[in-house]
Design a protein around this ligand. Sequence first.
Ligand code: CTP
Ligand code: MG
Length: 184
Amino acid sequence: MQTLIFSIIGGLFAFVPALVANPGAVVAGGYGKIDFGKNFVDGKRILGDGKTISGYVGGILIGTVIGFIILEIMNYLNFAIKGYVPVTLLLVSLFLAWGSLTGDMIGSFIKRRINMKRGQRGNLLDMWPFVIFAFLFLWIAEPHFFFALYGNFIDIVIILVITPFLHRGVNILAYKMHRKDVPW
Ligand code: CTP
Ligand code: MG
């Protein structure tokens, strides 16, 4: 029972790279529209002004670095993970952050297709794509790590359930700090 609880909490901590990438993109964002301001075949923006190259790259870097530090500490303490070499943990962190912001971009792509404006509240479309793609990227890049931590799928369900709350909290904070125009 105790081992299970530790492994569940460990899985949550190991997901930090994906979680940090989003606020990282808010901080680093603003320069160079990923879709170059262009429209899709439906005449609507491909992604919109909210998806920038500096946000994408900067968010991935910030998520990767912060996540790597956390994973290294966990590994050092034998907390949920042990015996991983640094390069593996760096890749785990990179792919979680990369998958996270790629999923975030796909969420925006879908939002534009269904007529939702940039920054319009997308509810689960603002939250689940980044979680799903972070896990997908990790699963493809580091399957051993993925199954060691998330093989029982408990953490995946917990993360899907708690991200809407986390997301809301973080966005209210970003709004108060004038990093976002709307509190969601
Ligand atoms: N951001 C960015 N580049 C990214 C992701 C995010 O520059 N790849 C920045 C933008 O300033 C964006 C903010 O982070 O406005 C918040 O991100 P998000 O909520 O994902 O974008 P929205 O502006 O809400 O746009 P969308 O409707 O497309 O989700
Ligand atoms: Mg948004």
